[in-house]
Design a protein. Structure first.
Length: 374
């Protein structure tokens, strides 16, 4: 099955939920819709499923226009954030329910229920009721009921958001492995950049109802076509520092530094430099690292990492440090930025140069190819 959205828009009471979306999901592909809350991910999924109708545009499945086709006639399954199971049915009966409705014979149902339950490691719970299960087991049951339909398309609307960290990690791995052998289009909505990286496949960035970039996950992460894309696909968001380039040298705040060979070809002018928080360090690792003298705003401890929020003259930045670090507010700190990890964006926010190890400057058409809707 292939799925194509052509110029899809949805407007409700004058408010735009989806704005001119154009994208094709390839047969057998795993796709992540990545964007903040209210970016339009669920709205797009509801249009794909047939739960809502677009105001403009067409939806094609295998080249057939299904725009006006009701959800009951589309070969689609959907898994939601909530554990949506029938509480009065056993796990076995929950999983089997789509096949029973479709009139599949009991022998085939039994074989398929046991197979999908084994894939999701819930075969020992088939005679239990959903309320007797843990949250992770309930979500596995919901996933099994969706998978057993063997439809051409399965939609996951942030299905792991209500689970604890360990369960999310387990199920991400299982999903990734499962869809390596499934000939199904999977579309998975997430607000978490790290989840998109962990799941792999194709990532589509959404913001305010628009598709702003799409492509293989590592390419979209490495080669954001704009500041907007770079900020969406980074947690914490990428640091954007105002600067300028003149006569082969760059300035950032009060600091002047030399380019490496890839940055040397950029025209003089005002630019924004981007550096991901995990590339900032408290120790100089290379002689050409840029030193910034800043003061601590707050040290945010998150598990085994510390997000160090800092500010200085015309500069604010966040460093993602490994380990737990305690800093008092207004403590002077010196942080280092590796020149070869810098992105360069023009004043309009478009990326003009990626770090040299991505070699974007040698293939500018590759960046253009990611821009789906501008």
């Amino acid at each position: 099955m292939s799925l194509t959205l052509q110029n899809i828009s949805r407007v409700v009471n004058g408010e735009s939920y989806i704005d001119n979306a154009n994208i094709t999901f390839e047969p057998g592909s795993f796709n992540v819709l990545l964007g903040r809350t209210l970016a339009g991910k669920t709205s797009l999924m509801r249009l794909i499923a047939g739960l809502d109708k677009p105001t403009h545009g067409n939806i094609l499945m295998d080249g057939v226009d299904v725009t006006g086709m009701p959800v009951q006639k589309r070969n689609i399954a959907m898994v939601y954030q909530q554990f949506i199971n029938y509480p009065n049915l056993t796990v076995y009966e929950n999983i089997a329910s789509p096949l029973k409705i479709a009139g599949v014979n009991s022998s085939t149902i039994d074989t398929r229920v046991k197979a999908v339950a084994e894939m999701l490691h819930i075969e020992q719970f088939l005679q239990r009721f959903p309320l007797e299960l843990s949250g992770g087991q309930q979500q596995r049951t919901a996933m099994a009921r969706a998978l057993i339909k063997e439809g051409g398309l399965i939609l996951f609307d942030e299905p792991l958001v209500n689970l604890d960290y360990k369960l999310r990690e387990e199920l991400r791995f299982e999903l990734r492995e499962l869809f390596k052998v499934q000939n199904t289009i999977a579309i998975y909505a997430s607000t978490e950049p790290n989840e998109a990286l962990a799941l792999g496949g194709v990532t589509t960035l959404m913001h305010e109802g628009k598709i702003i970039q799409t492509g293989p996950v590592n390419d979209v992460y490495s080669l954001p076509n704009s500041i907007e894309s770079a900020e969406l696909f980074s947690e914490p968001p990428i640091n954007i520092l105002e600067g300028a380039i003149h006569n082969g040298k760059a300035t950032m705040g009060d600091v002047t530094f030399e380019f490496n060979e890839n940055l040397g070809s950029i025209d003089s002018g005002e630019y924004n430099f981007g550096i991901r928080p995990h590339h900032m360090t408290m120790e100089q690792k290379n002689s050409n690292d840029i030193a910034l003298d800043l003061k601590v705003d707050v040290a945010e401890i998150s598990g085994s990492e510390t997000f160090l929020h800092m500010a200085g003259d015309r500069i604010t930045a966040v460093a993602q440090l490994t380990g737990v670090h305690n800093f008092h507010t207004d403590t002077p700190v010196r942080v280092y930025l590796p020149v070869d990890k810098l992105y360069v964006f023009d004043q309009g926010g478009k990326m003009v140069q990626a770090p040299h190890y991505f070699s974007a400057s040698h293939n500018p058409e590759k960046i253009k190819g990611f821009a789906n809707n501008g």
